[in-house]
Write a protein that binds this ligand. Structure first.
Ligand SMILES: [Zn+2]
Length: 348
């Protein structure tokens, strides 16, 4: 580190956030649906239980509490029926990410939520793939997919999901995930074994509300290569040491943690302590439109907690923890470093 590096020249945090090339490693396709898209799709399929005017829908859509979030999430999922619906959503999501200078995203797809409604996996994948290719051509953003199932739905749902992925999943599926209400992960060892044998990364949610034990299971039972949320690891120093030693990335989403009450107040968020401990922390938006945030907003919040140097480190960590190819990773890291140099920020 250059100790003589000048202090931040331009105090405009939002400009720094804007200038940094970013990656998103923990963002849900369905939880990124804008109110306008929900309005359009609900109208297209005459879905009931969704307000009839865009203005009403916008205020209904705004985050109030977790039960209401679940209601909005389920309504949004319910509007996704045909290939064109998935294509529309994925293209809107890609456009919004690209507008924030996000260059690459690994996007969770709640595949089982669609399978259980009778929507074939092929319909989901064909739709999002079309949007992925269009977005890459039009905006230069690269998208990859992480299909998942809910941990509280049992082994059969997990098996149906992995079978659908192995049968119909395109090359752009980089990993396999589990989300939902945190539950013991032991029953999913075999399913994740199949996904990993097929070359997919194990990318579970663990340790958001469920305690360090879920993270241990994710590592030991599912062979997790990255931990979704994982903030509970801070309750177990030995586990932190293990994650630091192996440099297993932990994908953190501050606004989501507040909305789901995993953390009471932003001032109490463990992000600074996690970085100080040497964890490979990445910054993410989780369910951005439904939590009223986006990745840039998370960067702004993180800046308040860890400053400009911390922000650059988070941006670099995202690239390091991604499944981008080595050459593209190097390019993005060099670009981040040159932005940091322009702002006089030391890169640690
Ligand atoms: Zn998530």
């Amino acid at each position: 580190m250059d100790q003589t590096a000048p202090t931040l020249v331009d105090p405009s945090v939002s400009q720094l956030v804007r200038d940094l090339p970013k990656v998103e490693l923990h963002v849900h396709l369905e939880g990124s649906m804008p109110a306008e898209t929900l309005f359009e799709l609900a109208g297209r399929h005459r879905v009931e239980g969704v307000p009839g005017t865009l203005e009403e829908l916008r205020s209904w859509y705004a985050f109030t509490d977790f039960p209401h979030f679940v209601e909005v999430y389920l309504a949004s999922v319910h509007t996704l029926r045909e290939e064109a619906d998935f294509a529309l959503l994925a293209s809107v999501v890609a456009e919004r990410l690209s507008a924030q200078n996000v260059r690459y995203a690994e996007v969770h797809v709640s595949l089982y939520a669609h399978l259980m409604r009778g929507v074939p996996a092929k319909v989901v994948f064909d739709g999002i793939e079309r949007a992925r290719m269009d977005a890459e051509r039009e905006h230069g953003i690269q998208l990859r997919w992480i299909p998942d199932f809910p941990a509280d739905f049992g082994v059969e749902s997990a098996e149906r999901t992995v079978e659908a992925v192995l049968r119909d999943g395109p090359q752009s599926v980089v990993g396999f995930g589990v989300g939902g209400v945190e539950s013991p992960l032991g029953p999913y060892a075999e399913v994740f074994g199949r996904a990993r044998a097929a070359g997919l990364a194990s990318l579970p949610h663990a340790g958001e509300h469920g305690g360090p034990v879920r993270v241990l299971e994710a590592l030991d039972v599912l062979g997790a290569e990255r931990i979704g949320h994982g903030i509970d690891v801070m309750k177990d120093p030995a586990l932190v040491e293990r994650l630091v030693a192996a440099q297993v990335p932990v994908d953190v989403s501050p606004t989501s943690n507040i909305c789901t009450r995993a953390v009471d107040r932003i001032e109490e968020h463990p992000l600074p302590a996690m970085l100080d401990a040497g964890l490979l922390v990445t910054l993410n938006s989780d369910d951005p439109t439904m939590f009223g945030s986006d990745l840039s907003g998370e960067y702004g919040i993180a800046h308040d907690m860890v400053g400009s140097e911390g922000l650059v480190r988070l941006a670099r960590n995202g690239v390091e923890a991604s499944y981008l190819g080595v050459a593209r990773r190097r390019e993005l890291l060099a670009e981040i470093d040159s932005v940091a140099a322009r702002y006089g920020i030391a890169v640690s």
